[in-house]
Design a protein around this ligand. Structure first.
Ligand SMILES: *Cc1c(COP(=O)(O)O)cnc(C)c1O
Length: 355
């Protein structure tokens, strides 16, 4: 079965086999070597300066990292503006509500890009805002939000930016030199091609110094401090760490995030052109979309369940639209161990179905 859903991904044999390594106690030096290699390689993916940036690992899915980042990095007396144009933006607002963090959500239609003028007006009307949170790749629609433009707005106003990069880290350009960027949360099992169970926050060391402590298990400051001391507060998902390290080695061997970006882009274009030739349109223009996942309009008279089941019988798992979009669109991700020949077979499946 090939997974064309937005994570977990189809594994390479190299990463799958890494799960079979020796059992490891997480209080032994071998585990801390593994943890250190993961952290060092994560900082290296975008060539960051380890004196400025730190990778903080945690056991949990991508949401754990987003929650840890949000709960820690808005100080007690801070206020967060959440830029919302999909399910994952809404999730950050829900996390802020859960922790009693002062915040406002600036809601957009899920089909729309963040409205920078509206965001600027909102920030200027309330000088108590200190932080802005945004999704980089809004997986709801496949839209790549312009975090560089939002970073510029933040820099002009001395605000700090928090980014959910769960479905973009490792495959899309990210400007970590943006001085407003305090942190980015991501996971092992999307563009990095690891297994679910390990996630992480890349955080500026300076931001940790201003952080709050609102959660016990996901306390970013404590996790960062202990990991810097080759320690860990709890039992980590050791096997997921094995897979993450192997996936990071593989990513480096294959040419890093730029090579991954190029590979995904070719597959995404192959899917787009192939579906267009079969009368199935893209929801967003390619220029506004990530290379990681694209959303497509369900053909007239074909329900998602029919499409899903027919493709699954041919060995492909596609993904439904979320919330109100489930009747309108379906999504195809090209993350993971997927090649051009797989996409040819997928398109053949569509041809059979449309006949
Ligand atoms: C997948 C995803 C998440 C996290 O989902 P989990 O199910 O917790 O891994 C968060 N944000 C975005 C943008 C995502 O695509």
């Amino acid at each position: 079965m090939l997974l064309l859903n937005p994570g977990p991904v189809t594994l390479t044999e190299r990463v799958r086999n890494s799960l079979l390594q020796t059992d490891l106690c997480h209080r032994e030096s071998e585990f801390f070597d593994l943890q250190e290699e993961a952290r060092t390689r994560l900082v290296d993916v975008y060539g960051l300066d380890p004196n400025e940036w730190q990778a903080v690992l945690m056991t949990g899915s991508g949401t754990a990292a987003v929650e840890s980042m949000t709960a820690a990095l808005v100080p007690r007396d801070g206020k967060l503006l959440v830029v919302e144009n999909g399910v994952y933006g809404e999730r950050i607002a829900q996390i802020a509500t859960q922790y009693g963090i002062a915040h406002e959500a600036l809601k957009h239609d899920w089909m729309d890009a963040p409205d920078l003028e509206k965001i600027a007006r909102h920030l200027d009307a309330d000088k108590s805002f200190t932080h802005v949170a945004v999704i980089h790749h809004e997986t709801t629609t496949g839209r790549l939000n312009d975090i560089a433009a939002l970073g510029a707005l933040c820099r002009e106003r001395g605000l700090r930016l928090l980014v959910d990069g769960v479905s973009s880290f490792g495959a899309e350009p990210i400007d970590f030199a943006d001085a407003s960027l305090d942190a980015l949360a991501a996971t092992a099992n999307k563009c990095l091609h690891g297994v679910p169970g390990a996630s992480f926050v890349l955080v500026r060391r300076a931001a940790l110094a201003r952080a709050a402590s609102r959660t016990y298990y996901l306390d970013l400051v404590r996790l960062a401090r202990l990991q810097d001391q080759r320690n860990t507060p709890f039992t980590p998902s050791v096997h997921a760490y094995y897979a993450l390290v192997e996936a990071l080695r593989e990513l480096a061997d294959e040419g890093g995030w730029r090579a991954r970006h190029a590979g995904y882009a070719a597959l995404a274009e192959q899917v787009r052109a192939g579906l267009a030739a079969r009368g199935i349109g893209s929801v967003l223009p390619a220029a506004q979309s990530s290379v990681v996942l694209r959303a497509y309009r369900l053909p007239n008279g074909l329900a998602y369940a029919q499409l899903h089941d027919a493709l699954k019988a041919r060995g492909f798992v596609i993904y439904a639209g979320q919330g109100g979009l489930s009747a309108e669109l379906f999504r195809i991700s090209t993350m993971g161990n997927i090649g051009a020949a797989d996409i040819d077979r997928l398109l053949q499946g569509f041809s059979d179905l449309m006949r």
